[in-house]
Design a binder for this molecule. Structure first.
Ligand code: GDG
Length: 744
């Protein structure tokens, strides 16, 4: 049993301390509606969690909190407030969160501001959250961070507690890379790294998840396997979890006395008229001005509906300290007055405009009474109002929904419109008003079924299940990590052995992968260690590489080592001469080379490497998407070109290599073992080509893969940087051995 720690920018309530008594005011908004729905439904039931905690900033002081703590602790969850200096909060919230991230992620680059001090405040507030959470965090806690205000937090928490279980959910869209890349480099890198601190990163739609994966690839050059990314050798999953609503709450509310009374009152007030309705927070993303244009166009194009409909337009006050929002309000109010002024009659006004918070019953009353809901944002992560309307409809009702909302990908039976198309909007309102009741009911039932099947509790459970699944996958990989006892066993076996063979790959194993192959010369530390290792008479150290003989000779030739170049095409035993292992002709190269050269031209950043008996096309420095697509095409073309020829195509890590058949590291490693007959063999490598030797040496050697991922090796170690320290532990030099002897 563990604790669920929910973290969001704001706690789900605020305090009104102006009167004699402190009043609690519930907050509105998508995130709060959804999570409260979950807590209310699971509050009294048996749960997987011993305790649920909600961490968030607040609008009350530490004194107010201390004075009212007991009465404020919710029944369904406990509260952990974060106190933030007002000026810092404003730069973080009104500034970077809502004047940079919010407009940009909703595709409003022209409204986006880039202010350094606001990013600094954003970082500072994320740090404040992190410091407090790290203080209270326990090992079994499940941490769930919410939304765009806290995107750096997961990484901060990960640093404080590397083993923690951390999920992150983004409630707004994640934009395409073309938009995301507008953010200054340092900030966008920190945002992506921040999110990758989580084990699971959730989005509303498939597209948002893909855009995130693509940005992570473009900015940090990460590899992905479908929706799983690897970052510092930790698996991170990015997936879609379209948020649900508390379906029964809305369904039941529509049958409650209070709601029915309110609905009847509305219907009486608007007798003989059909009701078109919308409710949104005041926000430029909600497409309110376009909606009004579409509505006006409807009045012009379909005058027969005048005096027979009313548009109840509800706007909920929001972010009114940001100038863009204040301006937007003015524009909307001007448009409403213009439309009403132009089309009203003495008995009728087309738009009933309200700018206020609505009590829950009133909101539901409107949902139930409306014949048409007109929900037309320019962008919306999901849009819960659309789902709540569907859940509340009893007897028909038509949902007109913008195709640019996340909800549109789930609510197929709604009438989809493009919010900028005033013609389409007018036509759709007309056909919605005329839609036969049977048709309305059928569409509603299909959508209601989906929303009741995947309600908010399912949404939470689905997210938490996937979070625990990725943790299991991570720990499964860890089973193969070289831990302390494995090191000890290797050390003992090494010590006991009379003849040892140590097979080491070069690139990615003894040296980190570099942009160009010529940059990866060995460091003095590597040279020193290899020298020391090879001076032990019991050791045969073998460098087994895809590199050409000249490079190995130039970099390492002065040492007492054995060399295998180009996966076995050429070999040089200690003190001997280089020998080619195959006499086959290399005339095949003239046929293959032009094709590889054409791929170099077709894919910027890729290059051709020619060795004695192989040709390689490298694509690690290309655009990741393009490089991958070109590599698939190339493999396909080469496989046709190489049928009935003496060569094979090897699909390596960001490289496609063509070389003589039969020359692989597996065959060659066996040849070496047969020659030396060791009683201890250790083999380390990182690439797909090293898998051949891991397989061939099964039962004959300790095999270690550098990096995570499926492997035939016994063990994984996380990074290339760990190779030398591991070798030093297993094979201590003279001095280390002496120290160890003294200390034991
Ligand atoms: C963000 C994303 C995503 C609003 N005013 C009142 C009121 N509400 C409730 C509604 C609904 C919620 O607030 C609004 O949710 P939306 O989804 O429509 O929009 P955002 O606040 O922008 O939410 C959005 C959401 O997060 C969840 O992930 O869907 O895309 O932008 O539940 O009912 N409720 C009451 N009175 C009001 O005046 N009672």
């Amino acid at each position: 049993m563990s604790r669920l720690v929910i973290i969001s920018n704001r706690l789900p309530f605020s305090l009104d301390t102006s009167g004699d008594q402190v009043q609690i005011r519930q907050s509105s908004g998508g995130l709060v509606s959804a999570l409260k729905g979950y807590f209310e439904q699971t509050g009294n039931k048996e749960s997987d969690f011993d305790e649920k905690i909600w961490v968030g900033s607040c609008d009350f002081s530490e004194d107010d909190w201390n004075g009212n703590k007991e009465s404020l602790q919710g029944a369904d969850f406990s509260i952990e407030p974060i106190f933030i200096d007002k000026a810092v909060y404003s730069d973080y919230y009104n500034g970077f969160s809502n004047s940079t991230i919010w407009p940009l992620f909703h595709y409003f680059p022209s409204l986006t501001e880039y202010k350094k001090h606001e990013f600094e405040a954003y970082y500072k507030v994320n740090r404040l959250f992190a410091d407090r959470i790290i203080e209270i965090m326990k090992p079994d806690d499940v941490i769930w961070v919410h939304d765009y205000q806290l995107m750096i937090l997961p990484q901060m928490l990960r640093k404080g507690n590397p083993e923690a279980t951390i999920g992150f959910f983004l409630h707004i869209p994640f934009p395409t890379y073309e938009i995301f890349r507008l953010i200054p480099r340092e900030w966008k890198t920190m945002i992506i790294q921040g999110l990758l601190g989580a084990d699971l990163v959730g989005f509303h739609t498939y597209d948002y998840a893909q855009y995130f994966i693509n940005s992570a690839k473009m900015i940090l050059s990460l590899d992905n396997h479908y929706n799983t990314l690897t970052y510092y050798n930790r698996l991170i999953r990015a997936d879609l979890f379209p948020i649900g609503i508390d379906f029964n709450k809305f369904k039941n509310a529509s049958e409650s006395k209070e709601v029915i009374a309110y609905k009847d009152e509305l219907l009486e007030g608007f007798a003989g008229k059909k009701i078109i309705f919308s409710v949104d927070r005041l926000d430029y993303t909600k497409g309110l001005t376009y909606r009004l244009q579409g509505f006006e166009n409807f009045l012009v194009k379909y005058p027969e509906w005048r005096e027979k409909i009313v548009f109840v337009l509800n706007i909920i006050p929001s972010r009114d300290s940001i100038p863009t929002y204040v301006e937007r309000k003015r524009t909307i109010e001007e448009m409403v007055s213009t439309i009403n002024g132009k089309y009203s009659t003495i008995h009728w006004q087309p738009i009933l405009y309200r700018y206020n918070h609505l009590p829950f019953d009133e909101l539901c009353g409107l949902y139930v009474a409306a014949n048409v809901a007109l929900i037309t944002p320019l962008r919306d992560g999901m849009n819960l109002v659309a789902k709540e309307y569907v859940a509340s409809c009893k007897n028909g009702g038509v949902l007109i929904l913008s195709e640019l909302t996340g909800a549109a990908s789930e609510l197929n039976e709604a009438c989809h419109v493009n919010p900028t198309d005033a013609e389409e909007m007018a036509d759709t309102i007309n056909s919605a008003l005329k839609m036969p009741l049977e048709d309305q009911k059928q569409r509603m039932q299909a959508m209601q079924k989906r929303l009741s099947d995947y309600n908010v509790v399912q949404w939470v459970n689905d997210f938490l299940d996937q979070l625990s699944k990725i943790k299991k996958e991570q720990s499964h990989l860890k089973v193969k990590q070289v831990d302390r006892s494995a090191v000890e066993k290797l050390r003992q076996d090494y010590k006991k052995a009379q003849k040892r063979c140590i097979l080491l790959d070069y690139d990615g194993t003894l040296a980190p992968l570099k942009k160009t192959p010529s940059e990866a010369a060995p460091t003095p530390e590597v040279l020193d260690f290899l020298k020391q290792l090879s001076t032990d008479a019991k050791n045969e150290v073998v460098i087994i590489s895809g590199r050409d003989a000249d490079t190995l000779q130039k970099w390492l030739g002065h040492l007492q080592l054995n060399f295998i170049a180009e996966h076995g095409s050429a070999m040089r035993y200690k003190g001997g001469e280089w020998k080619l292992q195959s006499m086959a002709s290399n005339s095949w190269k003239d046929e293959i080379r032009p094709m590889l050269e054409s791929y170099v031209r077709r894919c910027a950043g890729s290059f051709l490497e020619e060795k004695q008996s192989s040709l390689s096309w490298h694509y690690r420095n290309t655009h990741p998407g393009l490089g991958f697509i070109r590599s698939r095409e190339l493999v396909n073309n080469l496989s046709q070109l190489t049928t009935n020829s003496p060569v094979q195509v090897v699909d390596g890590n960001k490289v496609i290599e063509v070389r003589l058949t039969g020359m692989d590291k597996g065959v060659t490693a066996l040849k070496v073992i047969d020659k030396f007959m060791p009683d201890f063999t250790l083999c380390i490598g990182d690439d797909t080509t090293d898998e051949d030797m891991f397989k061939a040496l099964e039962g004959k050697a300790y095999t270690i893969k550098v990096g995570n991922g499926a492997t035939a090796a016994h063990y994984n170690i996380q990074t290339q940087a760990e190779v030398l320290p591991l070798l030093k532990k297993v094979m201590p030099g003279k001095q280390v051995e002496e120290n160890q002897a003294v200390s034991s």
